[in-house]
Ligand binder design. Structure first.
Ligand code: NAG
Ligand code: NAG
Ligand code: NAG
Length: 434
């Protein structure tokens, strides 16, 4: 996913590079040639024959210009010298085991005109050279993912004023996220540090931040959220960390289309303004959110009529499952295609618009199991069958669910079909409704 996104950002850059390349007779700047040589001393193909480096033949660089014959090397004329401007190490093919070894700091530091550094998935170990931000001032893209890089994120990266994309996901990085990474880099659009072992807090953002994509999921981050997030943000994932406290500050990113705060320790209520954005994918499951789901619309009396215009729709997903949410099932979520409200404390009856949208096949997944719901109002749909591909689960509530609401339940919905009477009396004055 990030790879795909990455190439979308990259394409215009690649195009401009190709038009500026001079594959002429000009020879590669000797410092860069030396750098490439050093890189081969510290990095090798996991696959011994026909791997990535098989095209890197240094015997006669005057005849086989590395800019033309070495795979992964792109050059451009800078100040009348032919310089390496991008380095893509590894084939990037899904069936390739990638590279092993370490990143040679000495080699890398000589490539002073480098704008793009990519290391494709492999088993590369060692540190990210700490002076990278002081030496390679033109870097726009650093993409070193799915390897075994250890150590901390060099603070010097915060000096790369042209940096656009930093993706170091799926490595073994430790330590804190340098605070300056999100305050000093006005051009940074994509920051992906997911699947590492980073600790500390989510860093603060400067008002000038233009970040669009922030992914810090699956780390060891803790603490409360920063006071505000960039307004430009469209994708935010902080899933699977140890973050706690309220989440109100994410509403400062009112351009979000994707939000994943699942599997943390967040508390408080879910801000109603999160339901009033273009946010079509929202994952807040497995936290400790409490309270009612408040409609983003001012008057509750209009909330039933909101179903006439579709707030959500095709492809939308909202997962609020496994929290401590209470009150009635909110009717304004009736246009969501995939909706998980299971394992909460919801009470009362399911809105009729849910029933009609489920039977119309618009609401494709509706999980309501393990709440305290008293009625799924089948009305005239009684006795009809669910459309193909619709999954409805109503198990373990304070009612005998209609037969259609039992079929698609996950194993975890388990237990008896209805909640024991004693549990329900707390919320529903002791009535077990059918
Ligand atoms: C490298 O290039 C030289 C001369 O162009 C050639 O003789 C040699 O076989 C090549 N080596 C490999 C490993 O391809
Ligand atoms: C963010 O700013 C707040 C208040 O200014 C401060 O308390 C907090 O430590 C900062 N967070 C980080 C990660 O530096
Ligand atoms: C939620 O709160 C309960 C009780 O306070 C606690 O036992 C549980 O671990 C919390 N869950 C999460 C995901 O923080």
């Amino acid at each position: 996913m990030t790879l795909c996104n990455f190439f979308r950002h990259l394409l215009p850059l690649i195009l401009t590079l190709f038009t500026s390349i001079s594959p002429s007779t000009q020879q590669l700047f000797s410092g860069d040639l030396n750098a490439l040589h050093q890189i081969t001393y510290s990095l090798t193909d996991v696959k011994k024959t026909g791997g990535f480096f098989s095209t890197w033949n240094f015997t006669s660089p005057e005849i086989q210009n590395p800019c033309v014959s070495f795979s992964g090397v792109t050059c451009s004329v800078v100040n009348n010298q032919l310089r390496v401007v991008s380095l893509y190490l590894g084939t990037g093919l899904s069936d390739s085991p990638g590279l092993a070894g370490i990143i040679s700091a000495e080699g890398l530091y000589q490539l002073t005109e480098l704008t793009q550094l990519v290391i494709y998935p492999g088993i590369v170990t060692g540190f990210i050279p700490s002076e990278i931000g002081n030496r390679l001032k033109n870097l726009r893209i650093i993409f070193i993912t799915n390897n075994r890089i250890t150590g901390t994120i060099p603070v010097s990266i915060s000096k790369l004023s042209h940096l656009h994309t930093l993706d170091l996901s799926h490595n073994k990085l430790t330590g804190k996220i340098p605070a300056t990474l999100t305050t000093l880099l006005p051009n940074l659009k994509t920051l992906v540090l997911s699947y590492n072992r980073l600790v500390g807090e989510v860093p603060n953002f400067s008002d000038e931040s233009q970040l669009i994509h922030l992914d810090l999921k699956n780390n060891l981050l803790d603490g409360a959220l920063p006071k505000n997030f960039p307004k430009t943000l469209r994708y935010l994932s902080l899933s699977s960390n140890g973050l706690w406290g309220p989440v109100d500050s994410v509403t400062s990113s009112f351009n979000l289309v994707y939000l994943d705060l699942s599997m943390n320790k967040f508390t408080g209520s879910i801000p109603s303004s999160l339901f009033f954005t273009s946010l079509q994918s929202m994952y807040l499951q497995r936290n400790n959110f409490t309270g009612k789901i408040n409609s983003p619309f001012l008057s509750t009396s209009t909330s039933t009529s909101t179903s006439s215009f579709e707030l959500y729709g095709f492809g939308s997903t909202i997962d609020l499952s496994h929290n401590l949410l209470s009150g009635e099932i909110p009717s304004f979520l009736d246009s969501v295609e995939t909706l998980f409200l299971n394992n909460n404390h919801f009470t009362g009856k399911v809105p009729e618009s849910y029933v009609s949208n489920v039977f119309a096949g618009k609401m494709k997944t509706l999980y309501l199991q393990r709440n305290y719901i008293t009625l799924f109002p089948m009305g005239e749909k009684m006795g009809t069958v669910l459309p193909d591909g619709v999954a409805l689960c109503l198990r373990y509530n304070c009612m005998v669910p209609p037969a259609v609401g039992l079929t698609a339940c996950p194993v975890s919905a388990g237990g008896p079909v209805s909640r024991p009477f004693g549990q329900c009396s707390v919320f529903n004055s002791g009535k077990l409704m059918g």
